[in-house]
Structures are given as C-alpha cells and as structure tokens.
Design a protein around this ligand. Structure first.
Ligand code: PGA
Ligand code: ZN
Length: 426
C-alpha cells in the first residue's frame, strides 16, 4: 500500500544558512520518504523559480514559509491517496497545480520537495535502494526499447579544487577549477586521489603566500590569485605534486559560468585580469589555447546562456576534443536541450533537479540528452544540505560524471559517502 497518506513540509537551513524546503511523504504502509531542496547562487535565467517570502523581517526576505505552505495546503492535498510508485502521475499533478512555465505560482522548491520525497517513499515501499528505483523510472521514460536496458553505474567524480566567481566572493572570474580522476580503478581510489590532490594544492597555495585553507561555498579553495590562468596552473601542479599524471590519471575541468561576467554588449569582462574584455570569439580562442596548454578535458558554460551562436562556434572548435557542458545554457530543460541538439551546441548536459522542479522532467531531460549522444553530469548546487538524492540519481541514470563540489564540508561529503555505500552494493 504505497498510497500517499500524508505530505508534510517544513523550513530547514542549507549550507549557506539559507532557509530551504524539506518535505516528508508518508504512505499508507507507514513508510516515509524525505527530501531537502538545494539552492543555487549562479543560477540560469530559465530555471524554475525558487519561491522566497520576501518578508524582510525574517532571514532578510529569504524565508520559504510560502513554499512550505504551498506544499502543506495545496500540493500535499492534491496528491493525497495517489500511489507514490507512480512518479509520472504525481509529477503531472504537481505541474497541473502550478500551471506556469517556470513554477512561479507555487515555487519550484515546493514542487521539487514533494517530487523527490515521493521517490524516496516509493523506493522504501518497494524495498529497493533509491538508485534502483530511479533506474526503474528512467528505463520507463526511454523511447528506444531496442536498446540494452540501462543499468545503474558509478559516475566519475568531477571535484572542485579552486572556487571563484559567485561562490568565493569574486576572487576569480571563472567559477570552478575541478579535477576528474580518470584512471582510478574504483570509486574508493577516486576519493583517495582527489583528497591527495586537494591537500597538495592547499600546501602549494600556502607556500606561495595565499590562504591555502580558506574555502568557498562548495569547499574549493578560494584564494585571491593574480588571474584565472594561475588557478589552472596551481591545479596542474597539485596533480603532479600528488604523484599522479596530469592528463592520464587526473584531468582538469572548468566551470567558467560565463553568464555571470557577460556585459550588456555581449562581451565578457574579466575583472581579475584588469578588466580585460573579450568578445565571444576571443573567449573561444582563450579556451582553445588553454586546452592546448593544460590537460583540460571538460569545460562547462564556457560562454553565456543566450550566446547560442557563440556556443555553436565553440562546439565546432572544441566539441571533438573535449566535453562541453551546458549548465545555465540548458537548465535541465528538455526544450532547451532539444534546441541545443538541433543547433549542434555542446555535447554534455549538467543535470540539476531543482533547475527544472520535478524528477520526471529531469529524467526526460536526461533521456533526451542521452538519446542524442550527449554525456551527463549530475550536479549539486552551491547551497546544499545533508540530502543525498543526487548520489542515487547519478547512479540510477548511469551518468558519466557527478559534480558535488569539493571533498570537504559535510553537505558535500554526505553525497561522496553515499556513493561509497552504493559502490559496495553494486
Ligand atoms: P550554483 O553553481 O549551484 O550556484 O548554480 C553550480 C554550478 O554553476 O555548476
Ligand atoms: Zn555551472
């Protein structure tokens, strides 16, 4: 009896001390599922709306009591009695209740809390781990039935080493320099290598006179370096200092998050490089030069979210050499992904469930991307909690990579550690 008998939301706090929505879904069999909604800082324009109270007396207007009330008074009653196992039907009701393109009536944070808590309750009811339940859901959303059924698989971590942009007070223009331990034989080794590189990097930064211990929102170091390139140089040196081979054992990834330093005239202004402005074409030249120079195998949001022509040129230039990930560009939105596929833009999609607002829509985005041959990077937000849903999501949909942030701060480790448990299970 996995029919929903109660839905309850409360306001809790995330890793930045900002209120967020937690939802508990209880079924008639007594089983309960719980989920907490994450929150971004460098958000895309096309994302689902995060409903905040705007009541300045509480939490500087950042409270989510209205979203909580929308769950308790509207969304909960609407799904009452439905079977939690039928995620698509439940998400369809949530969408119907909101009935706006960006979930601006009830809040993407309200919808997603119910959607994810439902998945947890369904997995518990079916007595399977969440990643297996999600795998079952994504299989049923695949249109190509001739293919081998998709099996759960461990993703490679893409881990933040140096943080910049909106995540570390504007110390750098580019948002993240990350690493991926491509030749690690198993997941536990991935973690050991990542920690080793992270520690060596901290030592190198400290020895060079930077604060090699202060971290940004996602746990990456947040030093005030001389410029963006120095961040990549430090990470390349840290890989060597960890006695790993750059490019062979461990590769570098960038999240440029270029939308956030785009100017009104369409140029990109690099504040940490004496305000140098680059055209879209010059940004592409710059990124290509870095790919020639460093063991970079993945670049996310190398250009801004509406620079579709620039993205086409970028993809023509680098798309067969490296992974080009769309985050703000695609916002986990099936329609934007389809547009990207048609225009030949990018070759990889970042998946953040709260960008779209329901699990079913995220699984649709995943399916559309995969069927077009795009790789998948399941991602956390810069504002996170102890919730580990994305670890199960990444395994359940067999995403190639997972991007959780750095290897410190418990809201990040909760996911890395959940992946360790899952890897034993697999
Ligand atoms: P956000 O950052 O959660 O602040 O959007 C993560 C990212 O850009 O990948
Ligand atoms: Zn990003």
């Amino acid at each position: 009896m996995s029919h929903i008998s109660n839905v309850f939301a409360r306001e809790v706090l995330d890793s930045r001390g900002k209120p967020t929505v937690e939802v508990e879904v209880t079924c008639k069999n007594g089983v309960r599922g719980r989920a907490i909604v994450p929150s971004g800082a460098s958000t895309g324009q096309a994302e689902a709306l995060e409903l905040r109270d705007k009541d300045c007396v509480r939490y500087d207007g950042q409270g989510v009591q209205r979203a909580v009330a929308n769950v308790n008074q509207k969304l909960g009653p609407a799904v009452m009695g439905m079977d939690a196992v039928d995620q698509q039907a439940i998400d369809a009701i949530l969408l119907q209740q909101d009935a706006t393109p960006q979930k601006s009536a009830l809040g993407g944070n309200a919808l997603l809390g119910v959607s994810l808590a439902t998945a947890h309750a369904a997995a518990a009811s079916r007595q399977v781990p969440l990643y297996r339940h999600i795998n079952h859901l994504v299989r049923s959303s695949c249109s190509n039935t001739d293919r081998e059924p998709l099996r759960p698989a461990m993703p490679l971590p893409m881990t933040n080493m140096i943080s910049g942009g909106l995540h570390a007070g504007g110390n750098l223009d580019f948002q993240d320099v990350l690493i991926t331990p491509v030749s690690a034989p198993d997941y536990a080794t991935c973690l050991e290598w990542i920690v080793r590189v992270y520690r060596r990097l901290g030592d190198l930064l400290t020895r060079a006179g930077y604060e090699g211990r202060l971290v940004g929102d996602e746990g990456g170091y947040g030093p005030r370096l001389k410029g963006n390139r120095e961040a990549v140089e430090f990470v390349a040196r840290a890989i060597e200092a960890a006695e790993l081979r750059p490019g062979e054992d461990v590769t570098i990834a960038l999240d440029v998050a270029a939308t956030h330093f785009l100017q009104h005239d369409g140029s990109y202004r690099l504040i940490t490089e004496q305000g140098t402005t680059l055209t879209s074409a010059a940004m592409i030249d710059r990124l290509e030069a870095w790919v020639d120079m460093f063991p970079i195998t993945s670049i996310e949001d190398g250009l801004a979210e509406e620079d579709w022509a620039g993205w086409q040129a970028l993809t023509q230039r680098l798309g067969d050499r490296i992974q080009l990930v769309g985050d703000d560009l695609f916002t986990t939105n099936e329609h934007r992904i389809v547009k990207g596929i048609e225009l030949g833009v990018g070759n990889s999609v970042l998946i953040k469930v709260n960008q779209i607002g329901t699990l079913t829509e995220a699984l649709r985005a995943i399916t559309v991307a995969r069927e077009a041959g795009y790789s998948l990077v399941v991602s956390a937000r810069s504002g996170e909690t102890e919730d580990t849903t994305i670890a199960d999501l990444a395994v359940g949909v067999a995403a190639e990579q997972i991007k959780i942030g750095s290897i410190v701060r418990s809201e990040r480790l909760a996911k890395y550690n959940q992946l360790l448990r899952i890897s034993e299970d697999l």
